[in-house]
Design a protein around this ligand. Structure first.
Ligand code: GLU
Ligand code: ZN
Length: 292
């Protein structure tokens, strides 16, 4: 079996990210599999390289290192294009000319997806004339998946049974960059990932990823969605909560060993051998400065 941690190199990993990585790492260790790190740098910006190095250093400090060479999504566009071509052949993509802002929100916010945000289908049945008009006006098109009301049941190892509908998710943004939801299923399959443990905010994106897997004839991995770590106010961990990264904690004199201990105890694991993913709570974990 194989698991992975797939951070986007957009900033330092915080305790919640490290905890998610730790669940994946412990799950893989307990099953004697390989653990991989994949860098999800579809949006290559100049700062990603520095963030990537910083993230890898934080993982290493917690004792987690990729068992295989690290793959970067920025090197894999050809595979994503092939997958999009397959979907096109199946008649499962359509051009969407909705505004840049709408597209960006849809493509970049897998974390904020709720059923109410589903694309309303404005461009699903554009007349040929209207499409031609858009093309001629030079307005760039995104590509969306043509969903047919498919519903999926996810038996999540932590969250339990989750039933959700797929939707007309963006597979290629209108700037030509493949979208997260497409890239993630292509890469998980290409890397032979059998066990996915990742942030709980992605649970609602899983049905759309399951549909992409079915259409692309890719295997279904096992899912475990790890609850978020929240601050003392119950809100998703953010800078204003104080010391939330290894660097912040080090500046307050908290050792990496102490952080690792906190992560392990929050996961009901005293050692890697004792880890049982079924014992990880499905409830958010609260962290406050008094914990350290
Ligand atoms: N790159 C995504 C993130 O940083 C995670 C993708 C995944 O684990 O499926 O939130
Ligand atoms: Zn549209």
């Amino acid at each position: 079996m194989r698991g992975r941690f797939a951070p986007s190199p957009t900033g330092p990993l915080h305790l919640g990210n490290l905890r998610t990585a730790m669940v994946s790492w412990l799950q893989v260790r307990s099953l004697s599999g390989d653990w991989l790190v994949r860098i999800e740098d579809l949006d290559t910006v100049t700062s990603s390289v520095a963030h990537e190095a910083d993230q890898l250093a934080a993982l290493a400090a917690m004792g987690m290192q990729s068992d295989l060479p690290i793959v970067r999504q920025s090197t894999r566009f050809e595979s994503y294009r092939d997958a999009i071509a397959t979907l096109r052949r199946l008649g499962r993509v359509y051009e969407c000319y909705c505004s840049r802002r709408e597209i960006r929100e849809a493509a970049q916010a897998p974390h904020d997806f709720t059923a109410g945000d589903a694309y309303p289908g404005t461009c699903r049945e554009l007349s040929a004339a209207r499409r031609e008009q858009f093309r001629r006006s030079g307005r760039p098109a995104a590509l969306r998946l043509r969903c047919d009301g498919e519903r999926f049941v996810i038996d999540d190892l932590i969250a339990g049974r989750f039933v959700g509908d797929a939707d007309d998710v963006v597979v290629q943004r209108n700037d030509g960059v493949p979208a997260y939801n497409l890239a993630v299923v292509v890469d998980d399959a290409a890397q032979g990932i059998t066990h996915i443990a990742r942030g709980g905010d992605l649970l609602t994106s899983t049905p759309r990823q399951r549909l992409l897997q079915e259409l692309l004839d890719l295997p279904e991995p096992t899912y475990a969605h790890v609850p978020l770590v929240v601050g003392a106010d119950g809100k998703r961990l953010a800078k204003r909560h104080g010391a939330i990264t290894l660097a912040d904690l080090a500046a307050r004199g908290v050792s990496v060993d102490r952080v690792r201990e906190w992560l392990m105890s929050s996961l009901a694991a005293a050692s890697a051998d004792e880890f049982d993913i079924n014992l990880v709570s499905e409830l958010p974990i609260m962290v406050s400065n008094e914990d350290f």
